[in-house]
Every structure is written in C-alpha cells, then in structure tokens.
Design a protein. Structure first.
Length: 254
C-alpha cells in the first residue's frame, strides 16, 4: 500500500494524525520532518510565496521521505488543485470553505472527468506513466483527500453539511481566522473555543475527521477530549525562529 493511500485510509478512519505547516521551499525540511516522525505536512501555498514549480519540488521530497504532503492552495481553482494532484500530493486543503455547495464543487474538482480534472497518465502522481489509465482512475480517489478549512461563523454553522458532503474527508479549523472573523482579540477567548468545539462535534456527527491548528502542544489533551483527530503543530518558520532565538539568547547570557 502506498504511503498516500495509507494516509488517506487513516484520515478517513478518524485516526489521530499530527502534521505541521511548511512555508519554505527547501526539500531538506521535508526530509527532517519525515525522520522525526510527523504523519504529514501541509505545504502552505496560501500564505507563503510558493508557485507550481515549488509544489512539484516539495512533492518529490515528499515521495523521497514517504511523508504525505497536503497542499494548502491559495484559491479554490482547478489549476491549483490539478497541480497538487498531478505532482503527487496526498491531498488538498482549501481555505474559507463556507457551505456545502462550495464543498461539493471542490469535491468534483478533485476527480477526473468533464466536471473535474483533466487527465494525464504521465504525471508524477500517476507514476510518470507507470500506471494504466484504468489503474490510475481507480487508485487516485484512494490516495488523495480533500480537507476543508472552517474559518468564519457562517462556515461553523454549516460545518455539519460541509463534513457530510460526499468527497470531503476532513475539516480543519483555523482558530486565528475565527478570532479575527468575530472581532475577538485572542484564540483563547471562550467564544472562539466554543466555535471550535461546535465544528469538531459537527465533524464527529458526520463521521468525518476534524481538527485544528494548535499553537500550544500542551492544549492537545483538551482538544483530544473534544474529538479532534487532525492536528497541526506549528510551522517550519516558527520552529526556526524559536530555536534560533533560544540559542542566541543562551549565547548572549553566557
């Protein structure tokens, strides 16, 4: 079983999966994360200056490290979805999914056919021609997932319908986006926590994985108890900033 298929099966079974955001274009970052034991990483093409060639390069690193790559695309377009799929990503994460109608359009865009993706058996995702047409058509949905981000009050209210849409594999909450969307000042405010819990419960009721970005790993027990199974811990940039800052401070103190 390929590592992408294994990841998809685990996500759909609502097993706990832990990943991190990657905002750089250095393949060594992926190799390091894979060696540390992360379950996946999210290449952040929404908030970092990553283009289609960068996605291809980081997908190559993903395959070398056998570490599933999810691409957070900057807009819900067939071009970006097709790029991620053709490069061999394990899935796509889409920001600002507000309702079931949008989720359904995205689900259709994840699949080959007249209403979805153009088909080529020569892509990295198809093994550079190593699969027959029928083989790739069969295996593609088994090894690519769709994760919808819930980032505003309307999306929270529609979370159950989004999670229940055919082809949606998980909900990922953006606590900071929720905070900004309601004019709050901190993700730790009770109203934000309640919205996160409401979304996770909606995913659980729909038998769909759900989770969130955790700024503080020590909060994990609380969110596990709430039913979160998809966890993103930090970013490569944050890890670099923290470690560099701590090292410099220790040097200057010494």
């Amino acid at each position: 079983m390929s590592f992408r298929k294994t990841f998809a099966a685990r996500l759909r079974a609502q097993e706990e999966l832990v990943g991190t955001f990657v905002k750089s274009r250095d393949p060594a970052v992926v190799e390091i994360l894979g060696a540390l034991g992360f379950d996946f990483f999210v290449l952040d093409a929404e908030h970092a200056s990553l283009d289609r060639a960068d996605i291809g390069l980081m997908a190559l690193a993903s395959r070398a490290a056998a570490l599933p790559m999810i691409v957070r695309i900057p807009e819900p377009s067939g071009l970006w979805i097709g790029t991620a799929v053709d490069c061999g990503a394990a899935g796509v994460m889409v920001p600002q999914v507000r309702d079931a109608a949008m989720a359904d359009r995205l689900s259709q865009s994840m699949r080959f056919g007249p209403e979805g993706l153009g088909f080529s058996p020569s892509t990295a995702g198809a093994g550079y021609g190593g699969r027959s047409v029928d083989d790739h058509l069969e295996r593609h949905p088994q090894e690519t997932v769709l994760i919808c981000q819930i980032e505003g009050p309307v999306a929270v209210e529609n979370a159950g319908a989004i999670a229940g849409t055919s082809g949606v594999d998980a909900l990922l909450i953006g606590p900071v986006d929720l905070t900004v969307s309601i004019g709050a000042s901190s993700p730790s405010e009770q109203k934000v926590t309640d919205m996160c819990r409401q979304t996770i419960a909606a995913g659980r009721d729909a038998k769909t994985s759900s989770g969130l970005f955790l700024g503080k790993p020590e909060d994990a027990p609380f969110w596990r108890d709430a039913g979160a199974t998809l966890i993103i811990l930090g970013t490569d940039q944050a890890y670099l900033r923290r470690a560099a800052g701590e090292t410099l401070a220790a040097f200057r103190k010494g």
